[in-house]
Structures are given as structure tokens and as C-alpha cells.
Design a protein around this ligand. Structure first.
Ligand code: BDR
Ligand code: CA
Length: 317
């Protein structure tokens, strides 16, 4: 089987950590590197959390590079949700023995893309700061990235888009809200962008069953224990299990693109509004559509049951 080459650009984060687990364990994927960014936590912590997760999986062969420490033009906001004291749902994994690689995440992204033009899919599960800076530093990579699949935005396609809004304005998604200028740049880059918004990634149907939880408890795998603790953590704070696996949908979609149904739409990122900062505005009008807004691929629906089965299979494998 020809594996799909991917880079996971993330801000672990409990669900980013689970995305690392899935990406490492999926035979369909060749995880070339994990690049980390400021987001759920400062870049130093997200980098250590990526290293801890890879160590848990015994995959210290995968390079981890630390990236942007702040958004492009504004200070980093504080997360109203919290991923716990350690940023990993209080799993308190052991300190990693491995070190991040010498290269900055931006340079690693550029070098890997240039070494395999047209082959690499970038999964982005954090703010887009690394990607945007990489595109500014080496604009030629825009023509060399196969695709970006991102947990990004909220498009108002169903009740979950706004009910589960994760940013700190009523209608924004956290990854865009943290660095809207970076998202704007990446959305406009011309690179194929598949946007998995809150509409699908936090859908009420993303719910692990009692049987799934029992299977996690029975499993000897450390990553199963990690997910079990994460569910306990979010439940204790009044949230549902979906919060622990939001970012996993990007990996699911890389493994099997038929998990989501997409459509093309013109989307603008709000970088100015005080009520709407970080909002991803979809121009869904029949007439007078603003064609100057970038055209991206937006997930309308996902097969949540198939996604959950894939996730569980990989966690328990
Ligand atoms: C995003 O917000 C973060 O807290 C999660 O890791 C996920 O990437 C969802 O809006
Ligand atoms: Ca994330």
C-alpha cells in the first residue's frame, strides 16, 4: 500500500495528542514530522506534549519541531476551555527523554515540502501561524503542498457550529480566533484547503458509547488509558466526550476522505470585528456572491459512526 505522506501541525492539547496517536498508528499514513505551535498552550508546552505523546507510543523516530510562539500580529488569547494543568487532560505523562529537532517548525515544514513537491498533505489542528509564516518565507511551497486538511472555522451549517463555538467570540472557532491573520493568509493561499469546521468536528453525534469506554478501560494500551482519562476530565467539567477527539477528524479524513462530504464555498476570515473576530464568514448567497473571497472545500457532513469506529480501532490496535 502506498502511504500518504503527512505532517501534523498542532498545539497539543488533549485532542491534538489523540490526533498524533491516530496518525502514528494508521497504516495508510506516513507521518513525516510533528510541528507544534502556540495555541491551546504556549509553544514550549505544546512541543513537550507532542514529545510526550510520541514517547508514549514508542515513536521517538518521528521528528518534533517547535514553531511560532505567538500569533502573527496580536497577543495570544487565553483559552476559555482548558486542556488541564498539563495541557493533556491531566494525564501527567512522564517528561520526555527525546528533544525537539534543531530546526524551527517553519523551516522543517518548508524543507519537507520542498523535498517531496506535490506529495505532502499538511494536517493542521492548531492555529495556522506556522503555515502562514512558512508561506510568507518561502512562497514557492504554495505550489508544492498537496493539500491542507484543517480543523478550522465554523460555517453555520448546523446547530453545532455556534452551540459549540470554541473561540472567545460567540461565533468563532478557536484555531482561527487565536491567529485570524494567519488563517486569512492560508485560506487565500490558493493551496487546496479542506476545512473541517465545528459543524462536523464537534457534532453531537461524535459520542463514544458505554461499550467504547469499557473497551478503553480493558485495553492494555497506554493511549487507550490516555483517552479514558481525557473523557473523565472533560466530563468532570460538564463537557461531552467529543471534546477529546475534535482534532482526530483531520486524521480520519486523511486516512479516508470519504468520511466527509464537502462543497466549495467562498469564505472570508474576520480579522477586525469586536463581536466577530475569528469568524469564518461563508458567502452562501444565491446572488451577488463575493467571488473575491477565497474558495475552499468545506465539510458539510461527516459519517460520524464510521469515524468513531476508525478511531477506536486505531486506539485499541
Ligand atoms: C480546536 O480548539 C482546540 O481547543 C482544539 O485542540 C481544536 O483544535 C477546536 O476548535
Ligand atoms: Ca488543536
Amino acid at each position: 500500500m502506498k502511504q500518504k505522506k503527512i505532517i501534523l501541525d498542532c498545539d497539543p492539547g488533549m485532542d491534538d495528542s489523540m490526533a498524533i496517536v491516530m496518525a502514528c498508528k494508521a497504516p495508510e499514513l506516513d507521518l513525516l514530522a510533528v510541528t507544534t505551535v502556540n495555541g491551546n498552550y504556549p509553544a514550549g508546552i505544546t512541543c513537550v506534549n507532542a514529545l510526550k505523546t510520541l514517547e508514549l507510543l514508542g515513536r521517538t523516530d518521528i521528528p518534533v519541531a517547535k514553531g511560532m510562539e505567538s500569533p502573527m500580529v496580536r497577543p495570544s488569547p487565553r483559552d476559555p476551555f482548558t486542556h488541564g494543568e498539563d495541557g493533556q487532560a491531566e494525564n501527567f505523562l512522564p517528561e520526555p527523554a527525546a528533544r525537539p529537532c534543531e530546526k524551527h517548525a517553519v523551516d522543517l515544514l518548508i524543507d519537507l515540502v520542498k523535498a517531496a513537491p506535490g506529495e505532502i498533505t499538511i494536517l493542521c489542528t492548531g492555529p495556522m501561524s506556522n503555515l502562514a509564516i512558512a508561506m510568507q518565507k518561502a512562497p514557492e511551497i504554495k505550489g508544492m503542498i498537496r493539500e491542507i486538511i484543517a480543523i478550522t472555522g465554523a460555517f453555520g451549517l448546523n446547530a453545532c457550529a455556534w452551540a459549540n463555538a470554541t473561540g472567545d467570540t460567540p461565533m468563532s472557532e478557536w484555531n482561527v480566533y487565536v491567529d485570524p491573520e494567519a488563517a486569512d493568509l492560508v485560506y487565500r493561499s490558493g493551496v487546496k484547503l479542506t476545512a473541517l469546521g465545528l459543524d462536523v468536528a464537534t457534532h453531537f453525534d461524535v459520542n463514544l458509547t458505554e461499550a467504547d469506554i469499557a473497551a478503553l478501560e480493558k485495553s492494555p494500551n497506554k493511549e487507550a488509558g490516555f483517552l479514558r482519562q481525557a473523557i473523565r476530565f472533560v466530563n468532570s467539567r460538564g463537557f461531552e466526550a467529543y471534546c477529546t477527539v475534535i482534532d482526530c477528524m483531520a486524521v480520519g479524513c486523511a486516512i479516508d476522505p470519504t468520511l466527509v462530504e464537502t462543497f466549495e464555498g467562498h469564505v472570508g476570515v474576520e480579522t477586525a470585528g469586536s463581536l466577530t473576530l475569528g469568524m469564518t464568514v461563508l458567502d452562501a448567497r444565491h446572488h451577488f456572491v463575493w467571488e473575491q473571497l477565497p474558495l475552499i472545500h468545506i465539510a458539510r457532513r461527516a459519517d460520524h459512526q464510521r469515524f468513531l469506529r476508525l478511531l477506536m480501532k486505531l486506539v485499541l490496535a
